[in-house]
Design a protein around this ligand. Structure first.
Ligand code: GLY
Length: 393
């Protein structure tokens, strides 16, 4: 069983605060180079470029699903260091996120949670900003509009009347439910939280397979709400287990427990975790799909490891009896990232976490850094350096 470890395995000698400091210094250099322009999803040859122009969006515009991670990085760097330059940068981003949701610019996606939790909800939590709170609530309303009844699931991608996308949801969407729980808290209206609970329950029952692995995406019949079956988009095969999806399952179910206190989400997170840990290679950083192991020659996805480390820390907060074991695993995974996958091993790069994979089947961002990998690397370090710290979810 993956969670059986000896006490000697739990000893670590990483100086977590010093590693947060190093990451924040790296971000400071990156911020000066980018200013208000948003970096692209992934690096090219280890360095970020501005997000390319696309349609009506100019170079460096706030579009796509990953821009919130840059803003979340700025908020974490401010939270840790108190440096006003990070706060100013985050506030410029929050104004842009407000405009984006008001004007409905590239908002037809379940990723509104990633985008608005790490920008506007973080601003609300850290600075009590009414404009950010209003924008976060608007994003929550747009997310609610994506719920397909009678299944009660949030459609992942595309227009709600697109026959190829209707009734399709994905494992990552668990991470977007905290936006709805937060909306219930600040508005006093329980329907957001009820919708989040229904969606997460459907994923618990259908996207998690009997062996604890997960489908990347899953379809429900839009007319009668019947569960139809799973399929991959970024994994190796429909019946394999995409590594980042499994990590989203660990952290996503754990966060859904944080808000709902529904024990079944804790159980689901634990099942995802056991499968994930049982399929790790020697250095505890998974290959991009868990079907691959050492000797496969396949690239790894460091971002999955960073997300899983945050999931372990989140679970440790809720399972006191297993907290030492769960934190021990988080320590070892994060230590492996610091030692062999971080910016410290490649000074030429302007990223924090190297060697991720965005979408291998489409050959996008393979063996490159990416914005969410950087974000969860710093969140993992912050959680290690400040035990009990909850982040902005
Ligand atoms: N949410 C998309 C991904 O993890 O690539």
């Amino acid at each position: 069983m993956a969670l059986t470890v000896t006490p000697s395995d739990l000893r670590q000698s990483v100086d977590w605060p010093a590693n947060v400091d190093r990451a924040v210094d790296q971000l400071s250099r990156q911020d000066q180079a980018f200013g208000a322009a948003f970096p692209d999803d992934t690096t090219v040859d280890g360095r970020y470029r501005p997000r390319p122009a696309c349609g009506d969006f100019p170079l460096g515009a706030n579009r796509g699903w990953t821009t919130g991670f840059r803003t979340g990085l700025r908020w974490m760097a401010y939270d840790w260091s108190g440096q006003e330059s990070f706060r100013r940068g985050a506030e410029v981003d929050v104004a842009d996120f407000t405009r984006r949701v008001e004007d409905g610019l590239d908002t037809d996606t379940h990723d509104l949670g990633f985008l608005y939790t790490l920008s506007c909800v973080a601003a609300d939590r850290l600075t009590d900003d009414p404009m950010a709170r209003g924008a976060g609530l608007m994003a929550a309303d747009r997310l609610m509009a994506r719920i397909c009844q009678p299944a009660g699931v949030v459609q992942a991608w595309g227009d709600l009347d697109d026959p190829a996308q209707r009734g399709r949801t994905i494992i990552d969407s668990l991470m977007n439910m905290p936006l709805l729980y937060w909306a219930s808290e600040v508005s006093g209206r329980p329907h957001y939280a009820s919708a989040a609970h229904r969606h997460a329950s459907q994923l618990r029952d259908h996207i998690v397979r009997p062996d604890g692995s997960t489908f990347h995406t899953f379809y429900w019949d839009p007319s009668d709400g019947r569960p139809l079956g799973g399929a991959t988009a970024q994994g190796h095969a429909d019946d394999s287990c995409w590594a980042r999806g499994q990590a989203w399952g660990v952290l996503g179910f754990a966060l859904n427990f944080r808000y709902s206190r529904d024990d079944s989400f804790l159980t689901a997170a634990g099942r995802c975790l056991d499968y994930y840990l049982d399929h790790l290679p020697q250095d505890r950083v998974p290959y991009w799909d868990l079907v691959f192991s050492d000797g496969s020659g396949q690239p790894r996805d460091s971002s999955a490891a960073a997300i899983a480390a945050c999931g372990l820390r989140e679970l440790a907060l809720h399972q006191r009896d297993r907290a030492a074991t769960l934190s021990g695993w988080a320590d070892r995974i994060t230590a492996s990232l610091v030692t062999a996958y971080s910016h410290q091993s490649q000074p030429r790069s302007d990223a924090l976490l190297l060697h991720g994979v965005y979408d291998l089947p489409k050959l996008v961002g393979v063996d490159e850094a990416n914005l969410w990998g950087d974000y969860f690397y710093l969140e993992a370090l912050m959680r290690a350096a400040r035990p009990g710290w909850l982040g902005y979810w």
